[in-house]
Design a binder for this molecule. Structure first.
Ligand SMILES: Cc1cc2nc3c(=O)[nH]c(=O)nc-3n(C[C@H](O)[C@H](O)[C@H](O)COP(=O)(O)OP(=O)(O)OC[C@H]3O[C@@H](n4cnc5c(N)ncnc54)[C@H](O)[C@@H]3O)c2cc1C
Length: 482
């Protein structure tokens, strides 16, 4: 019976980064499995920020260099203007394109954040690069031997087997992807992976075994579900609705000239991307939860981030979503010109995306009131990345925080290996507790910032946040492990 030292479930950025780090630290008997039948072009652009890049650099310099290079090429090619979408070559960058601008409802600038790598490097000792999720996955995958990353292996169950001193992972291959109600990917492809790898191959079930399992299978984690489902923590098995959702219209093809001019003069003002909310110009105490990200490619499009009950979204598409968006904009006193724009949304181009969360701290939500969340590990299994603490992407920290997880957990597992503690359940529990005690408080802070957006409520809060999050000290965290 082949027993791996470590199996990582999920070949997303965090699973792969963990594998790269483990190999670098001398653990070669490992395997990464993913449910995708084939690795394909899916997902959005993610911004890698100083803390995530620092963690990546520390865990493997080559991986960091390659990711940075791919990201900077993307930035240059697309003349990236801060939007999470493509920009065509013929669109020349305006001066404003190196900044992400926020404006209030009157069109006044409340904030402008540089998108240049060098500006971030100057302030935080590391830069900022945008990279598509697929490019990030591919670049990290290329750092590993091909036979150590297996697609077409969907984990469906996980069982601790004390008699063999390992964990059994049951996988299915060649099956249709199951519908994912957590709809993480805007293009819907990722979870609707119908392209068979080999149409002659019938569905297959197989089991794999490992001494330790790192669950990096994303916000809709199967491992997490299995761990918590039949316990007092069953309410934490599935992601909780965060209270926020996006309504997105990729492009509006027909905008009357008058409306176009008004939008340009009042809001775009030469920018290609901006966020509009009714925040005051400085030190605002009143903050709105309703935000509109406006972007311009060949045509204008928008993304609304709205605080909404989940049931107000359920089953809504097309015109019903346009109506909901208009209702929310009107309630939040968004000006007529923006409401007129939304009215022009082609029903076929509009979609919704509810955002989910795995809270790192005691929840005050109605769903799970006042219950302390369960540990991120059980026996030989540990959760990392979105499987542990997935959250809405408002602060662009999901992948960045996940890289910090990867760095710490790999170092702790390498320690177990070095001391040959594979069968010492106390040593394993201690290592996983250490990981959690270092990561959970920061995750609670980042999630709070994400849900309340308090950093933008005052300059001081913003500075504190930048200091705590972007300047996290990787060397110090490493020392704390020993
Ligand atoms: C619109 C949007 C914008 C974002 N922007 C940013 C940003 O700017 N910056 C940032 O840091 N983060 C951002 N994020 C968050 C970021 O994408 C995630 O935090 C990050 O991808 C998490 O990585 P992960 O490896 O933990 O999980 P995932 O990226 O979700 O990867 C999980 C992997 O596990 C696989 N898998 C799932 N279930 C199974 C199973 N049962 N068996 C085997 N394999 C399985 C999946 O196929 C996938 O490959 C954004 C997210 C969204 C939705």
């Amino acid at each position: 019976m082949l027993i791996y030292d470590v199996i990582i479930v999920g070949a997303g950025p965090i699973g792969l980064a963990t594998a790269i780090s483990l190999r670098k630290l001398g653990i070669e008997n490992l395997l990464v499995i993913d449910q995708a039948r084939v690795f394909r072009q899916v997902g959005q652009v993610v911004d890698l920020l100083p803390n995530g890049l620092k963690a990546l650099k520390y865990l493997d310099f080559q991986a960091y260099e390659d990711v940075k290079k791919t990201g900077l090429e993307f930035l240059n090619q697309a003349q990236f203007s801060g939007e999470k979408t493509e920009i065509t070559q013929e669109q020349k960058p305006s001066k404003a394109s190196s900044e992400w601008v926020s404006r209030n409802l009157q069109g006044q600038t409340t904030r402008a954040v540089s998108l240049k790598y060098d500006d971030w490097f100057k302030d935080y000792g590391e830069g900022r690069v945008p990279i598509t999720w697929y490019d990030l996955q591919t670049t990290l995958r290329n750092q590993l031997p091909q036979n150590q990353v297996k697609a077409n292996h969907r984990c469906i169950n996980i069982v601790d087997e004390p008699e063999t001193g390992c964990v059994r992972i049951d996988c299915l291959s060649n099956i249709e992807a199951e519908a994912n109600p957590y709809a993480y990917w805007a293009d819907g492809q990722k979870d609707n992976d119908t392209q068979p790898q080999n149409s002659d191959t019938a569905p297959q079930e197989k089991s794999l075994r490992a001494k330790l399992v790192v669950a990096a299978d994303g916000i809709n984690s199967t491992v997490r579900r299995v761990l918590y489902a039949n316990s007092q923590y069953h309410t934490f098995a599935k992601p909780e609705y965060s209270g926020f959702a996006a309504i997105i219209c990729e492009e509006i093809t027909e905008i009357p000239n008058k409306l176009q001019t008004e939008l340009e003069e009042k809001f775009f003002q030469g920018s290609r991307i901006l966020t509009i909310s009714n925040d005051e110009i400085s030190n605002s105490t009143y903050k709105s939860n309703q935000r509109m990200m406006l972007f311009r490619r060949q045509n204008v499009g928008y993304m609304l981030h709205l605080a909404l009950p989940l049931n107000s979204l359920q089953g809504k598409a097309g015109n019903a979503l346009v109506d909901l968006a208009l209702q929310e904009l009107e309630k939040a006193s968004f000006p007529d010109v923006l409401q007129q724009l939304v009215q022009k949304s082609p029903p076929a181009n509009i979609l919704q995306r509810p955002y989910y969360i795995h809270r790192a701290t005691v929840s005050d939500s109605v769903q799970i009131p006042g219950v302390i969340p369960p540990a991120w590990s059980q026996g030989r299994i540990v959760l990392v990345g979105d499987a542990a603490h997935g959250m809405p992407p408002f602060m662009a920290q999901g992948a960045n925080q996940g890289f910090e997880d990867a760095l710490l957990i790999a170092r702790l597992i390498a320690n177990i290996a070095q001391k040959n503690n594979w069968d010492d359940m106390q040593a394993i529990a201690k290592a996983f507790e250490k990981y959690e005690s270092l990561r959970r408080p920061l995750m609670a802070y980042v999630q709070q910032a994400t849900l309340t957006r308090f950093p933008s409520s005052s300059d001081k809060n913003q500075l504190d946040y930048n200091q705590q999050v972007y300047c996290s000290n990787v060397e110090q965290a490493m020392e704390a492990l020993l």
